[in-house]
Design a protein around this ligand. Structure first.
Ligand code: F0G
Length: 349
């Protein structure tokens, strides 16, 4: 049977009111892509695979949660939806709201949203507003606005977002036949790590698939869950430039309960891992490399031995979301006259 999107595929495990229409772009069903070269760097006989969530319809994992949140909103005849976003939630909300015929408002931190995400939100027809502040300020504002103006909030504070996002854990278990030993992923507002843990626990209860240890990874300049208090966030990984995660407590609980932890890595480590993933053919946005960057640093510092283990790294968003980070840092591209001798000269250099 062809892939039907996460609600049809996993409906029996998802809490969504029965009268809701299914608003879907056939999200989910993303592949686990083997990473043999990076796997060898992590230890002996390590099986390392990337859950490539950049292959969702709007280019990030947010589509899994958005199909459920927007379906629920449509079911209760919402007149508009609103979210704060570092970019991916905005693009996803805009797409699914359009599909449902519901107006969408997004608040983004000025100057800190990657081009592919901003363009997406505009292309799908959202009302985009930028604020002079961080994601955290924007989230505070949309929470207040949603209460005062009865607009449906579609940030991951909305429990239906988690209902959808947990399906990624189901897919991982279905593909591997059981849970991996470790799952590593980036942590921003902490909805995704919370969803994965919910999903693994639910599937284990029903299908005895086992439970992974979870490593959540923040960027050093935006690591409130590591330093233990809210921070003024700054990182090149703009997707996770968040100083006060809405589901921070649940994220810490998930990591601890699983036997894993939440750590921080430097922007340099994140960009280096983005490069290493691309060297194996996988171009992800910077935040999406953070999970594996964190795991690699734990191995390097001998805090972790992974020999013989199966590891899933969640690559949350596509590299096309943030092309500037690549082009800005690249060497100037040689410009040739349209003659063979110039090409020959360039190839000798
Ligand atoms: N990776 C990417 C590419 C993201 O866009 C986000 C979050 C995360 C990881 C972290 O997930 O927030 O559930 O811990 N992006 C949100 C947004 C904040 O607005 O697009 P999280």
């Amino acid at each position: 049977m062809p892939w039907r999107g996460v609600i049809e595929q996993y409906g029996e495990f998802i809490n969504l009111p029965k009268n809701s229409p299914v608003i879907t772009l056939l999200e989910g069903g993303t592949p686990l892509i083997p990473l043999p070269v990076l796997g060898r760097m992590l230890g002996k006989n390590v099986t390392l695979v990337a859950k490539f969530e950049g292959l969702n319809p709007t280019g990030s994992f947010k589509d899994r949660g958005m199909t459920v949140a927007i379906s629920e909103a449509a079911g209760r005849k919402a007149r508009s939806v609103i979210c704060a976003s570092t970019g991916n939630t905005a693009a996803s909300a805009a797409a699914y709201a359009s599909r449902a015929g519901i107006p969408c408002i997004v608040l983004i931190p000025q100057g800190k949203v990657a081009m592919g995400k901003l363009a997406g939100a505009l292309a799908y027809g959202a009302k985009v507003l930028q604020i002079q502040g961080s994601f955290d300020d924007a989230l505070t504002m949309v929470v207040q606005a949603s209460e005062k103006l009865s607009i449906v909030l579609v940030n991951s504070l909305n429990p239906f977002r988690l209902e959808g996002q947990k399906t990624a854990a189901f897919e991982v278990c279905d593909a591997l036949g059981k849970s991996p030993d470790w799952l590593c992923l980036p942590v921003g507002n902490a909805g995704n790590i919370t969803s994965y843990w919910m999903g693994f626990k639910q599937y284990h209860q029903i299908k005895q698939t086992g439970l992974p240890k979870i490593l959540g990874v923040q960027a050093e300049g935006a690591a409130p869950l590591v330093v233990g208090h809210p921070v003024e966030p700054e990182t090149v990984a703009t997707a996770i430039r968040i100083g006060k995660p809405a589901r921070g407590e649940q994220a810490l609980e998930a990591a601890q309960e699983s036997g894993g932890r939440i750590i921080a890595v430097s922007d340099d480590c994140i960009l280096e891992m983005q490069h290493s993933l691309a060297a194996e053919g996988l171009w992800v946005e910077p935040a999406s490399a953070a999970g594996l960057a964190g795991l690699a640093s734990e191995v390097r510092e001998k805090r972790l031995s992974l020999d013989g283990q199966t590891i899933v790294t969640v690559c949350t968003g596509h590299g096309l979301k943030d092309p500037d980070i690549i082009t800005r840092r690249a060497a100037p591209i040689p410009l040739l006259a349209p003659v063979l001798s110039d090409l020959e000269k360039a190839l000798r250099e």
